[in-house]
Design a protein around this ligand. Structure first.
Ligand SMILES: [Zn+2]
Length: 289
């Protein structure tokens, strides 16, 4: 009897936990979103990790997947970037897993643009304003992370043609070089702009370069930014739903014509909004028949 009990106890002992680590896409290009997934982790575990030098913020989605969103910096040199995670089990045991993510070079067009010269050589009287606006926006990225407000896949802010992609190398008035840290979507002045996901409006402002500007905090340091608006339909502090109308297309700030500029950030790093809009983040649980 004693022997049988010992065998039973042995069999009932905790099985070693099988923790898996995966990343999508497996070979991302510069500036692209990455979905990190940890399998085998359970509620009660603590999951931490880094991609390169950047901290990962894990969440449990409605399908019980432990995931984190991060991105490859546009300036990341092609080659390996290390991904490391640490899962601390409730009994204190630590499981560490790593992957070398192979980053590919992106292909980026070069274009020349003509804008009002004041945006290339800003007059003295607006320099204090530019500095103030830059500081105000920097402060947003320093704030503490808030809880996750988005769920499922993101939606397009408007249905129209893309007129300029992320990462394009631009030359303004043959003088000033810059990269395009967002995507431009065509539109007429007054056209609808919708929130790409649920979140809180953390900035509604009229700025020198970006004109009418809205910024939404989606939680876990994921943000979407909407530039050059002619009108606002929300206020700072508002919680907005996915797809909610938030503003109107305009031609304010440094533009060559009316359009919506959409940027997306994780922490303070810009990444390609298309890689977020096209990511499959489906998480609605199936209803049992
Ligand atoms: Zn743009």
């Amino acid at each position: 009897m004693t022997v049988l009990l010992a065998i039973l106890l042995l069999q009932a002992g905790p099985a070693p936990r099988d923790i898996g680590l995966s990343v999508l896409p497996q070979n991302p290009v510069q500036g692209q979103l990455l979905i990190i997934e940890v399998s085998g982790a359970l509620p009660g575990d603590t999951v931490k990790g880094t991609f390169g030098k950047r901290k990962l913020r894990f969440y449990l989605d409605k399908l019980s997947r432990v995931r984190a969103l991060t991105s490859v910096e546009l300036s990341q040199r092609p080659g390996q970037v290390s991904l490391t995670i640490e899962v601390v089990l409730p009994d204190g045991e630590k499981v560490i897993k790593g992957l070398a993510v192979q980053v590919r070079a992106g292909e980026f067009d070069e274009i020349n643009l003509r804008v009002n010269p004041k945006f290339v050589t800003p007059p003295k009287r607006v320099q204090a304003r530019i500095k103030r606006e830059r500081q105000a926006i920097q402060q947003l990225w320093q704030r503490k992370a808030t809880w996750r407000k988005w769920s499922g896949s993101f939606v397009w802010p408007r249905k129209d043609q893309i007129c300029s992609r992320f990462g394009v190398k631009r030359m303004f008035n043959k003088k000033q070089k810059s990269r395009h840290y967002g995507v431009d979507i065509d539109g007429r002045v007054g056209g609808h702009i919708r929130a790409i996901g649920a979140g809180r409006v953390i900035m509604k402002s009229d700025r020198f370069y970006s004109g009418g500007t809205l910024i939404i905090d989606h939680g876990l340091k994921l943000y979407s930014l909407y530039f050059h608006l002619s009108g606002f339909l929300v206020s700072e502090g508002d919680l907005v739903d996915k797809g909610q109308l938030i503003g109107k297309v305009g031609r304010t700030g440094r533009v060559t014509g009316p359009h919506l500029h959409l940027s997306t950030k994780i922490e303070d790093v810009n990444f390609d909004p298309l890689s977020l809009l096209e990511a499959d983040l489906f998480e609605e649980a199936q209803v049992a028949p």
